[in-house]
Design a protein around this ligand. Structure first.
Ligand code: 13P
Length: 249
């Protein structure tokens, strides 16, 4: 009923030599594969889309601007992303929220640009370590969803990625109970806001130190429909077993 999605976020890693990893990955995708999305740096979007055409791998950007066009030196718009052949855009990643001071309102505006360009948003939310320790994770998640997810969201145009900031790139993974708690909370919030039919259609991804050896456990959670993977998406030999674990879940 819901799309299973294995998405890889290459962050600021990869030049043209990394394109060979895409070909290797495409060759290792099982017949029962979930949706596979690779989000390379913007410089590789066109070449990646060309390399993956006709394979089971889709391409996404890591960000786009909240305006459609204009005097925004160095930025790229959602329609420019669509023009590369990509189908997805990550928005609201904690590294953008932190380092570029992106607010929930900014992310909300970006989502609408993404949809205007006919693309699917991978909208990221997640609490800091301080919030986790303070015991206010669910309040923060609720506020991020309320502020950054537009009313026009559907399970077709939007995927939600829960990425606890303290788990990103640290090797620290929440317990399965913690993952279940937040994902069930997100699901319940979506059902309350959008109704059961739409709310149950959103794919929910977990992100933060997902590796080949912990993926199968994470995918046991009923409301985990896939993963947003950073470091372990850079090499096909690491990402392929994560994809296989999702296919088997
Ligand atoms: P890691 O898998 O490297 O922890 O990164 C997660 C992430 O931020 C994906 O967007």
């Amino acid at each position: 009923m819901r799309r299973k999605i294995a998405a890889g976020n290459w962050k600021m890693n990869g030049t043209t030599t990394a394109l060979s990893e895409l070909a290797t990955l495409a060759g290792q995708i099982p017949a029962n594969a979930p949706n596979v999305v690779i989000c390379p740096p913007a410089t590789l979007l066109i070449a990646s889309a060309e390399a993956c055409a006709g394979t089971g791998v889709s391409i996404g950007a890591q960000d786009c601007h909240m305006q459609a066009s204009g005097a925004y030196t160095g930025d790229i718009s959602a329609s420019m992303v669509a023009d590369t052949g990509a189908g997805y855009v990550i928005i609201g990643h904690s590294e953008r929220r932190d380092a570029h001071a992106e607010s929930d309102a900014d992310v909300n505006a970006k989502a609408q640009q993404v949809w205007g360009a006919g693309l699917t948003a991978i909208l990221c939310i997640g609490e800091s370590g301080a919030v986790r320790e303070a015991g206010t994770t669910l309040e923060v998640i609720a506020a991020q969803l309320a502020g950054s997810l537009p009313d026009a969201a559907t399970g077709a145009n939007c995927v939600i990625a829960y990425e606890p900031i303290w788990a990103i790139g640290t090797g620290k993974v929440p317990t399965l109970e913690q993952i279940v708690e937040v994902h069930d909370f997100i699901r319940a919030g979506l059902v309350t806001r959008f109704g059961a039919e739409i709310g149950n259609r959103f794919s929910l991804l977990y992100g933060g130190s997902v590796k080949p050896d912990n993926a199968a456990t994470i995918f046991e959670a009923e409301n985990v429909d896939g993963a947003l993977v950073g470091g372990a998406s850079l090499k096909a030999s690491d990402f392929a077993p994560i994809i296989a674990a999702l296919a088997a879940s």
